[in-house]
Write a protein that binds this ligand. Structure first.
Ligand SMILES: Nc1ncnc2c1ncn2[C@@H]1O[C@H](COP(=O)(O)OP(=O)(O)OP(=O)(O)O)[C@@H](O)[C@H]1O
Length: 255
């Protein structure tokens, strides 16, 4: 289980998360939604070692996450995508996905870039895992393209494949459908549904496209200004007056 307990994060004395408490059951897919600036990415950052919590805890299977370094988090079998897809320029899509693997974490990014002996030894395993991950999100045909030649949507798919390549037991997906065309988004929803059904993975999904999100999750947590506003099934959230008021109003109609 992923558990956040009274988690607080401050940036320069300004509160971004305040007393956030919720959990994600083992093997389930939970959606995290909320207006811009509500603290969704900050939560993923705190749970994946890139943002420092000022108080409270986040644990995965009992192990504390908040306060660990990102490489330590990766070694715990935790994968993530970033709100802004970050691919390494000068590498192909496949090489970018290979770097996402757990084994690549062992060799290190620089080791991979300069093809150290350790990297070469791991390369076959990495390549197979990366190709499988790319295939699972219909990105195989992009494998040998330079990452800088890819469209925003294609880069997003590659970054999702990179998070899957390590075979994570816990996966944070931060806006995986951002920048995708309608066709790409529908295909990714179907691909992720299939992936979640066939892998033992616990997922926290942040996504502004609520149609996409609601097709994938069993439960939703709603953040508003750094606090938990509501929790429930998609049907409960759609009909929650406080959520409709804060988030699902005219500007945020479910697409
Ligand atoms: N590195 C940072 N330094 C200072 N303030 C930050 C930093 N990162 C986030 N914030 C602030 O923390 C708050 C929460 O931001 P966050 O990006 O987590 O929200 P979000 O819910 O992911 O928003 P969005 O949906 O727009 O991505 C915002 O007020 C934001 O301006």
């Amino acid at each position: 289980m992923l558990e956040a307990s009274s988690l607080c994060v401050e940036f320069g004395g300004v509160s971004a998360l305040s007393e956030v408490t919720f959990s994600v059951a083992e093997g389930s897919v939970l959606g995290l939604i909320g207006p811009n600036g509500a603290g969704k990415s900050t939560f993923i950052g705190a749970a994946s070692g890139v943002v420092l919590a000022s108080a409270g805890t986040v644990t995965w299977r009992g192990a504390t996450l908040a306060g660990r370094r990102p490489d330590q988090i990766a070694r715990l079998g935790i994968g993530r995508t970033f709100q802004h897809a970050r691919l390494f320029p000068g590498l192909t899509a496949l090489e970018n996905v290979m770097i996402g693997s757990h084994l690549a974490g062992r060799s290190g990014v620089f080791s991979a870039m300069f093809r150290s002996r350790r990297w070469r030894k791991d390369e076959t395993l990495l390549r197979d895992a990366a190709l499988e991950a790319m295939e699972s999100v219909h990105a195989l045909e992009l494998a040998h393209r330079p990452s800088e030649d890819l469209t925003a949507g294609q880069q997003r798919l590659v970054s999702v494949a990179r998070a899957l390549a390590s075979g994570p037991s816990l996966l944070f997906l931060d806006e995986p459908a951002a920048g995708l065309t309608d066709a790409e988004r529908h295909l990714l929803a179907a691909d992720l549904k299939q992936y979640f059904a066939t892998h033992e993975v616990t997922v926290l999904l942040v996504e502004h496209n609520l149609g996409f999100l609601m097709s994938l999750v069993s439960n939703i947590v709603v953040f508003d200004r750094g606090t938990v506003l509501a929790e429930g099934t998609p049907a409960e959230i759609r009909s929650n007056p406080a959520v409709i008021d804060a988030y699902l109003g005219a500007d945020h109609a479910v697409r």
